[in-house]
Design a protein around this ligand. Sequence first.
Ligand code: ZN
Length: 130
Amino acid sequence: MQIQTGKRIELIDITDRVRKYVTDSGVVDGICVISTKHTTASIIVNENESGLVSDILKLLEKLAPAHAGYAHDRIDNNADSHLKAVLLGNSEAIPVISGKPMLGTWQSIFLVEFDGPRTREVNVTVISSN
Ligand code: ZN
């Protein structure tokens, strides 16, 4: 799926879109892998609550602040975007049970943009265990 992001750094909830991919795949039991091939974006699972979303962004800014003298900034000035993506990773794997991704009540799937706005590609691979 293609996702247009709107800010330099933001979390975009893609849970409903992933659910639709899983449903459309026809897989009843198996595993769903959500991944992105970008080096300045991540995929995470957590709670979609506005305070928490802001806390996550603040934590990442603390761990990898922008323009802190990074070597990669000499090339394209976005080292902090890569470092934030390294911290969160580029994929998540979720079990598929009875045709649905097995997510907890408070779990949402997010694409995390670190160098937007851009058009991002997210891949959803659904594998049947039957
Ligand atoms: Zn770069």
